[in-house]
Ligand binder design. Structure first.
Ligand code: SF4
Length: 394
């Protein structure tokens, strides 16, 4: 990709893939499918001079449609799917397994965290959730389920992610992230900063945008999906569904709200089905290291741990707009919690589009397809691995 230089001396540059997006949009053989990550909606307007209230995700949908993307979907949909798969993993481990585990189940949706652990504490990888991240689940579902709905060959689908994250550019190039044998599930990752550049390059006036709806069926999501973008959000969303999966009843949607906050390492204990569930949430890699060291020394014991590499989670991600001398992760996170509060659906397992997706497959086929499309093998690649150096970026 081309480089955009921000450093006055030219010593630092940022990878910019916007030209790849323009090339795909200009190729009439390709069907361009774009997904918008949860945290992007809390930040995309910052560099365009529009308020957080005006810069809704529905206005971003309108902008992407004007740019020319064929289908615009929501990563929140696959965030819900991630929660169901990960929630099931946790329930099996905690409630159906008589042997207590030495280590907790770790979330695996942040590629910065996965890479950190693979390089620093590889012996703990077997305790990572095998559930794919929402970005990678989306790509796998787009090139299988959506391709079937559209009656097109998966190779014609060009899957673009709009992410708050630069590490996602490497995640989509990892070995194993090709579920249909037709190339990477996610073809291109654009950061929030890059999508803003695309909007400016297309001379779109954000103030003139009116709200538009996502396409279906991957445009329906819940409040549990949207809080993925804030530190603690994956844990809170997962616990809402874990409670349901373990007891058959929904908890109060805010029952796990005390996992929220900006402390880099926080912990809670909840009681589900008569059992104590000890959880911890960390963001920032120094906090992650402290937490992992404490676990290894036996100083703390948890059942389930969420870690995000960026301080404050994806809201403060490396691909988000940069405000000089201002840390915006918290205010963006609050905006996501506001969206959750106002959602008609607040439990991932109540997302009707996900029910329809699972119903598409039955019996053995369901088990096989779920494994193939929605789970990953963390041993499929070794550290050190640099997609950049190998020239194998997606
Ligand atoms: Fe990417 Fe940072 Fe979010 Fe991890 S926490 S997925 S590195 S933006």
């Amino acid at each position: 990709g081309q480089c955009v230089t921000h450093c006055p001396t030219g010593a630092l540059s940022e990878r910019d893939d916007t030209m790849k997006a323009f090339r795909a949009l200009a190729n009439s053989d390709l069907i361009t499918v774009v997904q918008i990550a949860p945290a992007v909606r809390a930040a995309w307007g910052e560099t365009l001079g529009i308020s957080r209230e005006f810069a809704t995700v529905k206005r971003l949908v309108a902008a992407l449609r004007k740019i020319g993307f064929d289908y615009i979907f929501d990563t929140n949909f696959t965030a819900d799917l991630t929660i169901i798969e990960e929630g099931n993993e946790f329930v099996k481990r905690k409630f159906n397994n008589p042997e207590p585990n030495r280590y907790p189940l770790f979330t695996s949706c942040c590629p910065g965290w996965v890479r950190f652990m693979k390089s620093q504490y590889p012996d703990m990888m077997e305790h990572f959730s095998t559930t794919k991240s929402p970005q990678q689940m989306f790509g796998a579902v787009a090139k299988s389920y959506l391709a079937e709905i559209l009656k097109v060959d998966p190779s014609r689908i060009f899957c673009v992610s709009v992410m708050p994250c630069t590490a996602k550019k490497a995640e989509c190039a990892l070995p194993g992230m090709d579920s249909t044998g037709t190339g990477p599930d996610v073809d291109l990752v654009l950061t929030t900063r890059e999508i803003d550049r695309l909007i400016v390059a297309e001379h779109i006036q954000p103030m003139n945008l009116t709200e538009e709806e996502f396409d279906q069926p991957m445009g329906i999501s819940t409040g549990a999906g949207v809080i993925f973008g804030a530190t603690g959000g994956v844990m809170e969303a997962a616990l809402r569904s874990v409670y349901f999966l373990a007891t058959g009843k929904n908890p109060d949607a805010d029952a796990f709200a005390n996992v929220r906050g900006m402390n880099g390492w926080r912990e809670s204990t909840f009681h589900i089905e008569g059992k104590p569930v000890h959880i911890a949430v960390a963001s920032g890699l120094q906090n992650a290291r402290n937490l992992v060291e404490a676990i290894r020394k036996g100083e703390v014991r948890y059942d389930f741990v969420e870690v995000m590499a960026c301080p404050g989670g994806c809201s403060g991600g490396g691909g988000q707009p940069i405000a000089m001398n201002k840390e915006l992760a918290q205010v963006r996170g609050q905006s996501l919690y506001g969206l959750d509060k106002n959602s008609a659906l607040r439990f991932s397992h109540e997302n009707p589009s996900i029910g329809a997706l699972y119903e598409r497959f039955e019996g053995d086929e369901l088990v096989h397809r779920v494994h193939e499309l929605l789970h990953t093998d963390h041993n499929a690649w070794e550290m050190p691995l640099s997609p950049w150096l190998r020239g194998k970026d997606c």
